[in-house]
Design a protein around this ligand. Structure first.
Ligand code: COA
Length: 332
């Protein structure tokens, strides 16, 4: 699906918060667990370290501080929020949803709350849903959280997946804005490629001896990623009638530096407009784009009036782009 935001209600991000676990795991530390090296990981992925949750740290332990910071920035109380979406493939448990746990913790007693599963693209899907709920008048203040603790579903003896991922979460508040915020969205899914990145045995489908760890065909995912990051972004830019030269800040999903470089080159984005955090966090799945967004706000690249292009891709296989004119002014 693809659409330019033409509902007549401007919706934007008015608060942003992020949280990563304290523990830093370097490539050298991983080489104690599997047959790998700092040199191999840096050359093939650009990743130097990642954050890993402690044994008793679950998604909501990251989502909650991120959500509280986002609410504080938007000058809202939890009770002001009427919609909470948590995009994740590693909720605290299958049910209750992590969004219901967050709603309870922040006192959002009047909020609709649900988790959303779209792999690493989850945050983009959740932004689009929250936008549509606000633009359609069903909700007025939404909390959108993207986060994962993929370390819990990785096989710590499988070097082909272990070195790629990390843990982290980000949260944004969406409200009606005084000037244009979101300009449009493009979302897609190709279930035919699903088995290239999957978690067999994690649901109601029976598998023989499932170990419930992430399985991946890295080369196929690489091919998909390099194609879709470019295609999704180009389709959305055309739909919104803007060019890549108009984009001030480009936030691609932080999976692998080689994938980011490829997309950046093909799209023709100058490197100083590209946000990169994969070196410090690895691939944090649904946390990747909000964490990168926070970096770009902190370093001053994102500010009022800036045009931000974001594209995610991941398990499903899924993908999604959003185009946002940054404004932190709520309408009210
Ligand atoms: C996973 C990925 C980094 C592998 O890079 P690659 O250049 O395709 O490497 P290959 O899979 O061809 O493996 C090359 C060699 O390195 C080895 N290797 C794989 N992982 C390794 C590791 N962590 N450390 C050292 N060697 C490793 C392989 O066994 C292979 O050895 P061989 O030549 O003796 O068979 C790359 O395919 C990729 O990034 N794919 C996308 C994954 C992704 O982003 N997933 C999440 C999407 S949301």
């Amino acid at each position: 699906m693809i659409g330019a935001a033409k509902a007549g209600v401007e919706v934007s991000i008015t608060g942003l918060g992020v949280k990563v676990p304290d523990r830093i795991v370097t490539n050298d530390e991983l080489s104690q667990y599997v047959d790998t090296s700092d040199e191999w990981i840096v050359e093939r992925t650009g990743i130097r370290q990642r954050r890993i949750a402690s044994d008793d740290e679950a998604l909501s332990d990251l989502a909650l501080p991120a959500a509280r910071d986002a609410l504080a920035q938007a000058r809202l109380a939890g009770s002001d929020v009427d919609l909470i979406i948590v995009a994740t493939v590693t909720p605290d448990m299958a049910f209750p949803s992590t969004s219901a746990i967050v709603a309870d913790a922040i006192g959002a007693t009047d909020a609709g709350a649900y988790d959303l599963s779209a792999g690493c693209t989850g945050f983009m899907y959740a932004l689009a849903q929250a936008y549509a709920m606000l633009a359609g008048g069903l909700a007025h203040r939404a909390l959108v959280i993207g986060g994962d603790v993929l370390s819990k579903i990785l096989d710590w003896t499988d070097r082909s997946t272990l070195v790629l991922f990390g843990d982290g979460a980000g949260a944004v508040v969406l409200e009606a804005a005084s000037s244009q915020g979101f300009l449009g969205f493009e979302l897609g899914a190709d279930g035919a490629g699903g088995a290239n990145l999957w978690l067999p045995g994690s649901g109601s489908r029976k598998f023989d001896d499932p170990d419930r760890f992430v399985k991946m065909n890295g080369r196929e995912v690489f091919k998909f990623a390099t194609r879709i990051l470019v295609q999704s972004a180009e389709d959305l830019l055309a739909k919104c009638e803007v060019t890549i030269d108009d984009v001030d800040v480009y936030i691609p999903h932080q999976a692998n530096m080689r994938i980011i470089d490829h997309a950046t080159r093909k799209l023709g984005v100058p490197s100083d407009r590209v946000v990169v955090n994969v070196d410090r966090y690895g691939n944090t799945s649904s946390g990747s784009i909000p964490l990168a967004m926070a970096d770009a706000v902190a370093d001053g690249r994102i500010g009022p009036g800036k045009l931000v292009l974001m594209t995610g891709m991941g398990a499903g296989l899924t993908w999604g782009s959003a185009l946002l004119r940054w404004t932190k002014e709520a309408a009210a």
